[in-house]
Design a protein around this ligand. Structure first.
Ligand code: GLY
Length: 410
């Protein structure tokens, strides 16, 4: 079931493959090319798929199948133990177990496949395709999905890397002083629970996390990133939509889901119509970000249907974001704790990347990756300026110097 790079390319030849508080504050920048300048073939994906775009584009250009091309892109991060948002090395659930979600849609045959809450199988995007190809179902979850994967040839393997295990332990220790995780009373490392003055609580908390991270053996250069994951559990995911020169389209999305989630939680990624939706009569869309919010607006389906009614890719995506905003009655005290990015590809090759917040962290912006003969990353068009905040929120205000400049929040 695994695809080697050589095999993949050979098969192509054979196939001949600031916290802005105003929801009306829409950016004037549009990345959507006019239909006349839109190119085919084209691949659009999350920025963590960028390194896998060259091979996939060549495959697509040489006549390869649109879904196979997309799966090649998302399989890269699934195989990468250092990408902790998907597959091997994904951040685990609250029990320390990696549970993966994925789905795919094949435009030419109008089929779909999906798996949710899968343990011990790395390439769940390929398992989603196997569900599509080898069953009469669309979605398998949990133990049944794992057994199906093994039956169809996928190896069972441990997905929890040492690094992700240590980040999970750090998170576990950081949760509270009211449980038995972390240094006990007998430990020389034990410290009394944090007490006021409140302004110092945050600083002290970061300092404690830093000490814990060092005790856990988290390497110094990864410590700041690990602390950020603990303070703000990520929902890292990868989506890819593809379009060939015949107008065929496919889409796929894969993820380890929200870090430290409750066991059994499925996000939007395996939900056809939320994490991914493709109808090659119109276009294809996918999502990364706050899964719960995206499920409630059926984001990817909403976007494709918006384009069917004549909206541009950017307008279609902004409308889906506005529906999330509407679900919270424009309440910025809540909206600041979520984020969402949509990847939108229309059948003529016009595309857009839109996000709820401009920044993915105080120091970097949300980006999509594109290949239409030229591989590049592009900034998304954002509904709100600034960056979303960590959730659950801390009971203290973060001192400005930590919020803006601290390496811990990069
Ligand atoms: N969007 C990924 C998740 O929420 O699981």
């Amino acid at each position: 079931m695994s695809i080697t790079r050589r095999g993949f390319l050979e098969s192509a030849v054979v196939a001949s493959l600031a916290t802005g508080l105003n929801a009306q504050d829409k950016s004037k920048r549009s990345q959507t090319p006019e239909p006349s300048s839109a190119k085919r073939p084209i691949i659009l994906c999350s920025n963590n798929g960028r390194n896998y775009l060259d091979d996939a584009f060549l495959f697509l250009k040489n006549g390869g199948d649109t879904l196979d091309a997309g799966l090649h892109v998302v399989k890269g991060p699934e195989d990468d133990p250092f990408d902790d948002s998907v597959g091997l090395g994904g951040l685990p659930n609250e029990d320390g177990v990696v549970e993966l979600d994925a789905c795919c849609m094949h435009g030419p045959t109008r089929r779909a496949g999906s798996v949710g809450g899968v343990r011990n199988i790395k390439n769940v995007s390929l398992v989603a395709r196997a569900v599509m190809e080898h069953t009469g179902h669309v979605m398998l979850v949990g133990e049944g999905a794992e057994r199906f994967a093994v039956a169809t040839g996928f190896p069972r393997e441990s997905l929890l890397t040492d690094r992700s295990r240590k980040v999970w332990l750090l998170w576990k220790e950081a949760q509270s002083t009211n449980d038995w995780w972390g240094p006990g009373l007998a430990s020389p490392q034990w410290k009394p629970p944090l007490t006021p003055p409140q302004s110092k609580v945050w600083e002290e908390r970061i300092h404690q996390l830093e000490e814990h991270a060092a005790q856990l053996g988290i390497e110094p250069e990864f410590r700041a990133a690990a602390i950020r994951r603990v303070l703000s559990p990520p929902t890292g995911t990868i989506h890819c939509s593809t379009l060939n020169d015949k107008g065929e389209m496919s889409g796929c999305t894969t993820t380890s889901g929200l870090a430290f989630k409750l066991p059994g939680r499925c996000g939007d990624s395996p939900i056809i119509g939320a994490g991914c939706y493709t109808d090659q009569d119109v276009g294809s869309a996918g999502a990364t970000g706050s899964g719960e919010e995206n499920i409630k607006v059926a984001g990817a389906h909403t976007i494709v249907e918006n384009m069917r009614r004549g909206m541009s890719p950017q307008e279609a995506g902004m409308d889906a974001l506005q529906r999330i905003v509407r679900n919270f009655n424009n309440d910025m005290t809540k909206l600041k704790f979520m984020d969402m990015t949509y990847y939108i590809l229309r059948k003529d090759g016009a595309y857009a990347g839109v996000s709820l917040w401009e920044h993915s962290s105080p120091t970097s912006v949300h980006r999509i990756a594109v290949h239409d003969g030229t591989r590049r990353s592009e900034q998304t068009v954002a509904l709100f300026k600034g960056v979303s905040q960590e959730f659950p929120p801390f009971p203290v205000t973060i001192p400005p110097e930590l919020k803006e400049d601290s390496v811990y929040l990069k």
